[in-house]
Design a protein around this ligand. Sequence first.
Ligand code: HEM
Length: 208
Amino acid sequence: MRKIFLSKWTKAVVFVACLLPLGSLGWDALHNGLTANPIEYITHTTGDWTLRFLLITLVITPLRKILAPELIRLRRMLGLFAFFYGCLHFLTYIWLDKFFDLAEMWKDIYKRPYITIGFLAFTLLIPLAITSSAGWIRLLGGRRWQILHRAIYISAVAGVIHYYWLVKSAVIRPLTYGAIVGVLLLWRLADRFWPRSGAMQAALKSQP
Ligand code: HEM
């Protein structure tokens, strides 16, 4: 198992796999598969994948303890893909939905709570994406870097609330995502009571 996670091919395969949702969207676009409401379809697909990648990134920490520490090598890439799909999601909204009408966008952020919280979820990911490199870990110090990167939990919770508030009746999926974030948060809290060592090395090891 460890050999697989250490292989340079694993990273490449995961990278390509992470691009599949985008590829699928491109395929749909080329084959008239974007439904009668393409903007809604793209918004929903990119929103779904932003949340999924956030959860996949969060699940790496417990999995690396249970399965193999080498899994940490994938965390940064998965987190950046969450940000990437978040950018596409936000871009769809501001470009295709609002035609770069910033006044209209601010009105939405101010008036529609699900947009406000979605915006918060996305904004929180920006400093995390910027500081995801090994250079930033060194600059901030492992401890401060880790504290900053806990914001991914707040972003995931905000993303779930954003989803829950925008659906009218189909609450099963947002509630399922919420339950997963809840379990991961509980695991994290429990993990605080376990002896931890080499936090800085673990953070540095996660970088390419
Ligand atoms: C980390 C940040 C975000 C996450 C995880 C996220 C996630 C989601 C999810 C899961 C959906 C529903 C997809 C579905 O129904 O299958 C959605 C829809 C949507 N999101 Fe986001 N989102 C985020 C940020 C934003 C931002 C910043 C905006 C705009 C400022 C935004 C605007 C929308 C809109 C307009 C919809 C469709 C609403 C509708 O169907 O009426 N989201 N998002």
